[in-house]
Design a protein around this ligand. Structure first.
Ligand SMILES: *[C@@H]1O[C@H](CO)[C@@H](O)[C@H](O)[C@H]1NC(C)=O
Length: 416
């Protein structure tokens, strides 16, 4: 009898859990103002948001929670990620579809004033010659090596007045980040030699950074270095202090090459947690150059009792943001760039709940942000990227709830 009651109880709990989980993936139907946005032309970008406008006096620096120019005008990072150079093919996506100058114009027309450009250490170490068909819309790049194509893509952006932040994404050139301990941090030489195909020490990680950034010393629109994507350690065990010390070392070495660069330091645990920066802030040799970065996805937050962000109420979500990183912004301590977040074109209820909470909060604090990502395809197997903001032609924008909210964010429309 007791066993039967227990079995019933477990069965009921499983059923409730199953129903809560399936509720998250029920398709979400666009709201009327989202539908209206998608039927109208995209508003023209605000020219004064771009660094080439003439209103800004470079270099940039930080002041409290903001990134500002030499006259203390705020430059708000409204960024998008353009990936590919950190993946299997070593080349930014879309160069086989459009000239890089056209891709830069697409990004500018969407209103983004800056781009996060990820690279893999393997790209720097191997620096392979890129097969011509991967850059077929850029004939002048045919036969060049990966690093030169990366540099040419960055220059296409800065020539279009778009600021660029270079990002060291991963050691092995592949989609980031699986459970592979070889890519769980900036160095992997503590692991057995046979374990990692691509090995690097902390010193080599910094040397790769120096190789890449040396190419941009004379380009004032390359504004900074995002030192490492989502350091996590084995199963999320990376201590903040260890990462902060390594970040200071790398940051100071880059500031020796050019003291004008912003140094961006991401949180631990998939980029979420900057809680440790309260008692152990990153301190660089050049003042007012440190920007923190946090990543926020619908599946983050799973370690806590309140669950993943796809399920949270707004108050619970905001509490997590404040605890993890937003205290730095709200208390005017340091800028935090939300350098990765994103959602699919056909969201479920869970995606939509996460997105609505996140964008409402980002608008309320007028945040620096970077959407993941512009690319319509993933490099591996040319898989469709549901987070994309453009169609396969790299020109036609996808105007849905995501661009609507980001356009409002870019235009500084405040909500409470
Ligand atoms: C700067 O922005 C203003 C306002 O958006 C615009 O009128 C002006 O033409 C821009 N100047 C340049 C040099 O782009």
């Amino acid at each position: 009898m007791l066993l039967l009651i227990l079995a019933l109880f477990v069965g009921l709990a499983l059923l409730l859990f199953y129903r809560a989980e399936t509720q998250l993936s029920v398709p979400w139907l666009p709201a009327p103002d989202d539908r209206l946005f998608s039927q109208r032309p995209l508003p023209r970008p605000l020219e004064h948001n771009f660094l080439d406008n003439g209103t800004y006096a470079l270099p940039l620096k930080t002041k409290g929670r903001d990134i500002v120019d030499q006259k203390n005008n705020r430059f708000r990072l409204s960024s998008v990620n353009w990936y590919g150079a950190s993946d299997e093919l070593f080349v930014p996506g879309g160069l086989d579809v459009q000239h890089r100058g056209v891709i830069a114009q697409t990004i500018r027309k969407l209103g983004f004033n800056s781009v996060r450009m990820p690279y893999a250490d393997e790209m720097v170490m191997v620096n392979p010659e890129i097969m011509p068909h991967l850059v077929s819309a850029n004939p002048d790049l045919a036969g060049l090596r990966a690093l030169d194509i990366f540099v040419a893509s960055v220059e296409a952006l800065t020539n279009a007045g778009i600021a660029v932040i270079i990002n060291n994404h991963i050691t092995t050139a592949t989609w980031c980040c699986g459970a592979d301990p070889c890519d769980a941090g900036w160095a992997n030489d503590h692991l057995p030699r046979a374990m990692c195909r691509v090995r690097q020490t902390e010193e080599e990680w910094i040397e790769h950074w120096e190789t890449v950034m040396s190419r941009f010393v004379d380009n004032p629109l390359v504004i900074g270095a995002d030192l490492r994507n989502e350091v996590r350690g084995m199963w999320g065990t990376m201590p903040w202090r260890k990462w902060a010390t390594a970040a200071e070392k790398a940051g100071n070495r880059l500031l020796k090459i050019n003291k004008d660069w912003l140094i961006i330091v991401g949180g631990t645990e998939s980029g979420n947690y900057l809680t440790g920066a309260k008692n152990r802030p990153v301190v660089l040799n050049v003042e007012d150059k440190l920007v923190y970065s946090a990543h926020v996805y619908s599946w983050s937050g799973w370690g806590s009792l309140e669950g993943r962000y796809s399920k949270r109420t707004y108050p619970s979500f905001v509490k997590a943001m404040r605890n993890n990183w937003a205290y730095l912004v709200e208390q005017d301590i340091a800028p935090v760039w939300v350098g990765e977040f994103g959602a699919p074109d056909k969201p479920g209820e869970g995606d939509m709940n996460y997105w609505a909470n996140l964008l409402r909060y980002l608008k309320s604090i007028d945040a620096d942000f970077g959407y993941w990502a512009i690319n319509p395809r993933k490099p591996k197997d040319n898989e469709i990227e549901s987070y994309s903001l453009v169609k396969d032609d790299w020109v036609t924008p996808i105007l849905d709830y995501r661009m609507k909210d980001m356009t409002e964010l870019i235009q500084g429309r405040r909500v409470c």
